[in-house]
Design a protein around this ligand. Structure first.
Ligand code: HEC
Length: 166
């Protein structure tokens, strides 16, 4: 009889409950750790946003060579019609890519690509600036000059003709 009684007094369920309370007591000690972790992550995020450039886009350093006469004329047309997106010296802005860039080497973007871009615009495909609008105001001679200008800049900045393999 006495053995049965003792069993009744400490049922397994009760012991589990007691253990549960003991571990619940350590809860408050964990809370500051979580608050600290959130503060550290938050500070890290703020620092990352402050140090990162405002928008992820690519501009390049361009050295300008002595330009041919045709390229100088092209540079004027470029500055008036293209530089607002492609940048001074075609170095890129937050609205358009640098054209002094390996992607635009003559093997990948032949001169006709410049004519077509000016005449018809270009759909967004290499970058994420959006579409390039057509530039119908340009005369044929201006486009030829712009191409000469871009090619002379490319050449002076080590951009070589590579066969298009894509
Ligand atoms: C309103 C902005 C804007 C103006 C102005 C602009 N472009 Fe563009 N251009 C772009 C963007 C953006 C792209 C990139 C499209 C892509 O590949 O994602 C581009 C791409 C190009 C390309 C590559 C086309 C291709 O086939 O991939 C050429 C060449 C080009 N532009 C030349 C010019 C010339 C020359 C002018 C001036 C006559 C000019 N652009 C004016 C925004 C502009």
């Amino acid at each position: 009889m006495s053995a049965d009684r003792r069993k009744e007094r400490t049922p397994p369920g009760r012991r589990t409950w007691a253990r549960g309370r003991a571990s619940a007591g350590s809860g408050p000690a964990i809370a500051p750790f979580f608050v600290g972790a959130i503060l550290v992550l938050g500070a890290g995020f703020v620092a990352w946003r402050l140090l990162a450039p405002p928008d992820a886009f690519e501009t390049v350093a361009v050295s300008v060579p002595a330009l041919s006469f045709e390229a100088q004329v092209g540079a004027q047309a470029f500055n008036a019609n293209c530089a607002q997106c492609h940048g001074v010296n075609a170095a890129g802005t937050d609205k358009g890519p640098p054209l002094v860039h390996a992607i635009y080497n003559p093997g990948h973007h032949a001169d006709i690509a410049f004519v077509l871009a000016a005449r018809q615009g270009a759909r967004q495909h290499h970058w994420s600036f959006g579409d390039m609008p057509p530039q119908p105001q340009l005369k044929d001679g201006e486009i030829t000059g712009i191409i000469r200008y871009i090619r002379e800049l490319q050449q002076a900045n080590g951009i070589e003709t590579k066969a298009h393999t894509m």
